[in-house]
Design a protein around this ligand. Structure first.
Ligand code: FAD
Length: 416
């Protein structure tokens, strides 16, 4: 098959690799707006802290050459002519395809006045991150303001603090990662951030990024002006779908895909942060923008493009904060529980969110080893009422509890 892949992020490069492996006599072209080899965004923080390249270029910097993928960097897809089976680039340059993988990922979403001012940077792509850390290394940045208290804002604040920058994080809600963490888990993260030198201004709303020829600060809704050498927007992400407008591919927030990861147009599949895939637990379709989902979807999408009929089990909602010094994991949802069980001792914390006697979400801080057990119970929709408060006992879910014991609730002889 003559296949084209849009994107060389975790989803795109995994799809391209799968296509080469399953169809060695076919051809694969992979297009990316980035000037870099395929990289792993989760490894960017480590890269800018330590300079290490291996985790960043996770498939090897020569992956395209090695696998015979025709990789085109700094190449932006402007549109798709689905009837002609062509991808359209600038100046109406057209590239024909027999099969197409849309893996264009996501970009910064910053619905904030002044977000387009020169000098406003983000930590979403290696290109913008390289510019940011170029300025930091050149000694131009002693103070930084990060607008947004989500995952990326937190990761970046720690990195900048470790590099000696005086960082302030501004968040509209008064706790961190409000859609992912509950306020109690957030408190553990807040304490760790503060200890690392990050200043948190939570529960305050940024009205605009301000500056003349370049961003110089942030104005809050109450009129307060905060100034800094570096202003970063970390207000959220949005799937890259702008170029799909005329293609006939149905999109909402992201690209609509079925449980084979096919789009509404035959011969075009989608994977990763751009795709609105079904949730494995609830079946609800939305963008699950995390790395494991991207690399799980890509091989299925690619194989199906070649004629397989593989079903995707669904995406998972899981987040972990790895660089705080205190590990924190959140799985599932904290939305509309009918009961919450909680145990906490200092930074060690367990909270289990229940609905209809089943786990819908869990949060762990400190000792996070039981996360896998909660996840399994959640995905199996196992009734858990018989455990009562033992469900959040610090010994619950340790290695010596078997699944038979978990199923029956008879934990005699186990750690609980
Ligand atoms: C700083 C940071 C830390 C993260 N940490 C974690 C973590 O710890 N754990 C976790 O699970 N997830 C993490 N994530 C999220 C994870 O990186 C994403 O879920 C993953 O990168 C999605 O992969 P993707 O290939 O779908 O999209 P992306 O990585 O966004 O790649 C998209 C690709 O499409 C290309 N593209 C876009 N539009 C076009 C176009 N019009 N034409 C041509 N090419 C185009 C881009 O150039 C790029 O190559 C992190 C993200 C960031 C930014």
């Amino acid at each position: 098959m003559r296949a084209v892949v849009i994107g060389t992020g975790p989803a795109g490069i995994t799809a391209a690799e799968t296509l080469r492996r399953l169809d060695p006599s076919g051809s694969v072209m992979a297009l990316t707006t980035e000037p870099f080899p395929p990289y792993s965004p989760p490894a960017m923080a480590d890269h800018f802290l330590t300079g290490r390249e291996a985790p960043l270029y996770w498939k090897g910097p020569d992956v395209a050459e090695r696998l015979g993928i025709d990789e085109r960097r700094t190449t932006r897809v402007m549109g798709i002519d689905a009837d002609a089976h062509e991808v359209v680039l600038a100046d109406d340059v057209r590239i024909g395809f027999e099969g197409l993988v849309v893996a264009s990922g996501s970009r910064l979403y910053a619905p904030l006045e002044g977000a387009d001012l020169p000098g406003v940077l983000d930590f979403k792509s290696l290109r913008t991150a390289t510019e940011m850390f170029g300025r930091v290394r050149a000694g131009e940045v002693t103070t930084a303001l990060i607008v947004g208290n989500g995952f990326i804002g937190i990761e970046l604040s720690l990195l900048l603090a470790d590099l000696g920058v005086d960082v302030t994080v501004i968040g509209r809600r008064n706790w961190l990662m409000p859609r992912v963490l509950d306020p109690e888990t957030s408190k553990v993260a807040e304490a760790a951030l503060t200890k690392r030198g990050v200043t948190l201004r939570l529960g305050v709303e940024a009205q605009a990024i301000v500056g003349g020829t370049s961003a110089t600060g942030v104005r809050l809704v109450d009129g307060t002006l905060l100034g800094a050498d570096l202003v970063v927007a970390a207000t959220g992400v949005k799937p890259h779908t702008e170029f799909l407008g005329e293609s006939g591919i149905v999109t909402g927030w992201g690209v609509h895909v079925d449980d084979r990861l096919s789009t509404s147009v035959a011969g075009i599949v989608a994977a990763g942060d751009v795709a609105e895939a079904a949730d494995r637990f609830t079946g609800e379709r939305y963008v699950h923008a995390i790395f494991p989902n991207a690399v799980a979807q890509a091989p299925i999408a690619a194989a199906n493009l070649l004629g397989a009929n593989l079903r995707y089990d669904g995406a998972e909602t899981m987040n972990s904060l790895k660089h705080l010094g205190v590990p924190i994991v959140s799985i599932g949802t904290i939305d509309s529980p009918d009961e919450i069980l909680r145990w906490q001792d200092g930074v060690d914390l367990r909270a289990v969110y229940l609905r209809d006697d089943r786990i819908i979400g869990a949060q762990l801080a400190g000792d996070i080893r039981a996360a896998g057990v909660y996840r399994s119970l959640m995905l199996r929709r196992q009734p858990v009422g018989h455990f009562g408060s033992r469900l959040v006992d610090p010994g619950f879910g340790m290695a010596d509890i078997t699944f038979d014991a978990l199923r029956s609730g008879d934990l005699t002889g186990s750690a609980v």
